[in-house]
Design a protein around this ligand. Structure first.
Ligand SMILES: Cc1cc2nc3c(=O)[nH]c(=O)nc-3n(C[C@H](O)[C@H](O)[C@H](O)COP(=O)(O)OP(=O)(O)OC[C@H]3O[C@@H](n4cnc5c(N)ncnc54)[C@H](O)[C@@H]3O)c2cc1C
Length: 250
């Protein structure tokens, strides 16, 4: 049995939406996750909807007063962010650590968001910057809300965030088995001179998690695995929170 019954490359969002509503339809951005999953399941009878011709790639910025908003199309590749000077250094660093270079040229921002991996440091970085995502080129919703919802649907078309102001600060701390490994727990900190301070954590819940005060650490209930028990991950989260807080609030 072939695992792929059809391959579609829609030329518009409307066409993509229509195809995506069909039975067994699977959207692909870069396909780094989807394609191996489909090929591993010969009886899936999947119809692939490839978004590459819909026109969702590109990075733009818009200024209003002192604020600059940066918008990244869902089909932009992770490597596009590293090479674009509109993208804050923090996100460029997280992109280059998220995946090896061969996958970065293929994996998309939309796929990374839709996958909602608890271990995605890039997603965690967007969360720390209070990013919002756009579904079907219409509604903008906070990324945090999207990550916390139980079963989000729809084609993600873009993500946007305010460019960090000159008086803001950010940092990234991790604990992993080796520096090259996916972190067991990581923390992205972001602070503004007005007193706003928040930390986004990976490896402590089913999705990256935003913490705005130290006492919220007590509510974490991470799932343990061979790299670290639940208690160990909770302990790492409090150590990393303290490091980030000392660095940004000193
Ligand atoms: C070898 C390897 C190592 C990896 N390492 C890591 C890692 O260290 N950290 C990590 O977080 N991930 C890792 N991944 C997972 C994966 O690469 C990332 O999640 C990646 O960013 C997915 O992007 P993509 O565009 O390839 O997604 P795809 O495979 O195309 O899609 C992923 C999911 O998103 C959906 N989707 C895609 N685009 C959209 C859209 N615009 N709107 C709505 N839904 C959409 C798809 O239907 C699918 O469910 C790894 C994968 C591989 C193969």
């Amino acid at each position: 049995m072939p695992s792929v019954l059809a391959y579609h490359r829609p030329q518009s969002l409307d066409e993509a939406q229509k195809l995506a509503s069909e039975k067994n339809a699977v959207l692909i951005g870069g396909g780094t996750l989807v394609i191996p999953q489909v090929l591993a399941n010969p009886s899936s009878e999947t119809e692939i909807i490839d978004l590459q011709s819909v026109g969702l790639a590109g990075i733009t910025s818009e200024s209003e007063g002192s604020e600059t908003s940066i918008k990244i199309g869902a089909m932009s590749r992770l490597s596009d962010l590293i090479n674009n000077d509109k993208i804050p250094h923090l996100l460029q660093e997280l992109c280059s650590k998220e995946l090896p270079s061969t996958l970065r040229t293929q994996a998309t921002i939309g796929g990374t968001i839709a996958e909602r991996s608890s271990e995605s440091i890039l997603l965690s970085g967007f969360l720390a910057l209070n990013a919002e995502i756009q579904i079907h080129e219409k509604n903008w919703i906070p990324l945090n809300e999207y990550l916390q919802s139980s079963s989000p649907t729809g084609i993600i078309t873009a993500i946007k965030f305010s460019s960090p102001s000159h008086d803001s600060n950010s940092c990234f701390h991790t604990v992993g088995r080796t520096p090259m490994d996916v972190p067991i727990v990581s923390a992205v900190g972001y602070s503004e001179s007005k007193g706003k301070f928040q930390v986004s954590l990976t490896g402590v819940a089913e999705v990256p998690t935003l913490i705005t005060a130290a006492d919220e650490l007590a509510n974490l209930n991470p799932q343990g695995d061979f790299r670290g028990s639940s208690d160990y991950r909770k302990h790492l989260a409090s150590v990393l929170y303290k490091r980030v807080s000392e660095e940004l609030q000193a």
